[in-house]
Design a protein around this ligand. Structure first.
Ligand code: THU
Length: 128
């Protein structure tokens, strides 16, 4: 699957974002090494701190399906910003060098980086 195709999958689920408090939809599409795609959107909560980011929903969906090997992730977010620190840490557990494509709300690629660029010297399974 091309980068553009993965971004399009993320863009397609953006409307499912549940973000009534921030009005800031985020969506993600995670491609497994075997070619499966898992999506996520941010899910906010009236108890604000319980909000779950799109990236962690996508990885949770994959792990629940028994998939833990990943090829790349696309994120669609206003301005094409990068994933939060908590999501970087959770992604690091399974894919420390994951390529991450960051696209804006129209689906245009703004920037890309690997997870180890975004989270250098990470604490991970090897640290225990
Ligand atoms: N959000 C994500 O879904 N992913 C990120 O990496 C950063 C932030 C969500 C959480 C919240 O619903 C909204 O964006 C504003 O912070």
């Amino acid at each position: 699957m091309t980068d553009l195709e993965l971004i399009k999958v993320a863009l397609a689920v953006k409307g499912n974002s549940y973000a009534p408090y921030s009005q800031f939809p985020v969506s993600a599409a995670l491609l497994s090494e075997s070619g499966q795609v898992f999506t996520g959107v941010n899910i906010e909560n009236a108890s604000y701190g319980l909000t779950i980011c799109a990236e962690r929903v996508a990885i949770g969906s994959a792990v629940a399906a028994g998939v833990v090997n990943f090829a790349k992730m696309a994120i669609v977010v206003k301005g094409g910003g990068s994933p939060c620190g908590a999501c970087r840490q959770v992604l690091n557990e399974f894919a420390p060098r994951l390529p991450i494509l960051m696209a804006d709300e129209k689906g245009d690629l703004v920037q890309s980086a690997t997870l180890d660029q975004l989270l250098p010297q990470a604490f991970g399974p090897q640290s225990l």
